[in-house]
Design a protein around this ligand. Structure first.
Ligand code: AMP
Length: 362
């Protein structure tokens, strides 16, 4: 069997590990938690993501390594890359970890972005607001996720409280985008530069956390979104699955951020695409040919946040496929999802409504 090491042992590592055995692949992951949910189906090394001895242990065992989320230190990926193939590349991870680097890359590549400016002081915030205008969103440059580390500024009176709350670390101010929808495009790139793209996902958030992702086959924005993602992947000399989140406003696309990994908005691909994003990520990092990304009928994904409804109720919905990550229930935590498949958009909408109704129960 081939041996793949994964930094991180959360649900993304778990779903990669579930895709691994058919490819003749054994997985070992590195995670500081004793209850990492990838541990139900693969072996873990319990240590911090930056622990040099643990990284070396993983490198000695594995033939290829990857990571499952972007708060892994880029230096850990560099350390591994000195010894064995490690994908996606550390440089792409470093860019995705810093919203300012990300936005500069988008702009340099001619990709549309909301106006933005770096902010390092309260005075700098005032200057940035003069430049970008209000309303605007102030964000930490690093370590923000699911809407954390952000403040919306609507009037001049909002500046000081937002600085008090977020200041002290490097920040970025972005113009507020009055978007008509949020979408993501997921692509996968091989070591020799071949790329495949999934259909766009149309994404709805609740409390800053992804709630619903709907596969939009034949979306009018597909080609433009794909072209943006291709430019970014080529600039980063990327290998593996790469996700680009975009806003659509007045028929235009504005890039928000990249995720150098498999992505929550692509979980529908497990049952809703010819080849899942997890399998294609593994194929890419292993230097195997990519699988087709065509959708299989209509599909969508509803996240389970905080708790997973009873399996009996979820699976009573026609076309439903349950994914319970076996994580401890906790408010605001992603603990599972359901993929819904259907033969028509109308049937899909009914099934999404049925899944959403379960979130209200209990
Ligand atoms: P992010 O962490 O950048 O993905 O932001 C989390 C959520 O906040 C996004 O999914 C949007 O709903 C919202 N958001 C982020 N940036 C902006 C912006 N510049 N304008 C409007 N809404 C935003």
């Amino acid at each position: 069997m081939k041996r793949l090491g994964i930094i991180g042992g959360g649900q993304l590592a778990r779903m990669m590990a579930l895709a691994a055995p058919p490819l003749g692949l054994e997985v070992r992951f590195l995670d500081p938690s004793s209850s990492a949910c990838a541990g139900d189906i693969s072996t873990g090394i319990r240590a911090g993501y930056g622990d040099p001895e643990a990284l070396d242990e993983l490198a000695d065992w594995a033939e290829v390594v990857t990571f499952e989320f972007e708060n892994v230190p880029a230096a850990s990926v560099e350390r591994l890359a000195a010894k064995l193939p490690a994908y996606p590349p550390a440089g792409a991870l470093g860019t995705a970890q810093d919203r300012l680097r990300e936005k500069n890359l988008f702009r340099d590549l001619g990709i549309g972005v909301a106006p933005f400016a770096a902010v390092d002081s309260l005075e700098g915030l005032r200057l940035a607001v003069a430049d970008v205008g209000l309303p605007a969103v102030l964000k930490t440059r690093t370590e923000g996720y699911d809407g954390k580390g952000q403040a919306v500024l609507r009037t001049a009176a909002d500046l000081e409280p937002a600085w008090e709350r977020l200041g002290g670390v490097p920040l970025i101010l972005e113009g507020f985008v009055n978007y008509s929808r949020e979408i993501s495009i997921i692509g996968v790139r091989t070591r020799d530069g071949a790329m495949c793209f999934y259909p766009i996902s149309e994404n709805t958030h609740r409390d800053g956390i992804l709630h619903l992702a709907v596969c939009r086959a034949s979306d009018p924005m597909q080609e433009e979104a794909q072209a943006c993602l291709r430019k970014i992947a080529e600039a980063l000399d990327y290998v593996g699955v790469l996700t680009l989140e975009l806003f659509e406003m007045d028929g235009q696309l504005l890039a928000n951020e990249i995720a150098p990994r498999v992505h929550n908005s692509g979980h529908w691909t497990i049952e809703g695409a010819e080849t899942s994003q997890f399998e294609n990520h593994l194929r890419a990092v292993l230097d195997l040919p990519l699988g087709a990304t065509d959708p299989v009928g209509e599909s969508a994904m509803v996240n389970f946040i905080g708790r997973v409804p009873a399996a009996e109720a979820v699976l009573a919905i026609p076309g439903a496929h349950l994914h319970d990550y076996q994580k401890e229930a906790r408010t605001g935590r992603k603990v599972g999802h359901v993929t819904l498949r259907a033969g028509s958009p109308e049937a899909l909408a009914e099934r999404i409504a049925a899944a959403e109704a379960l979130l209200q129960d209990g």
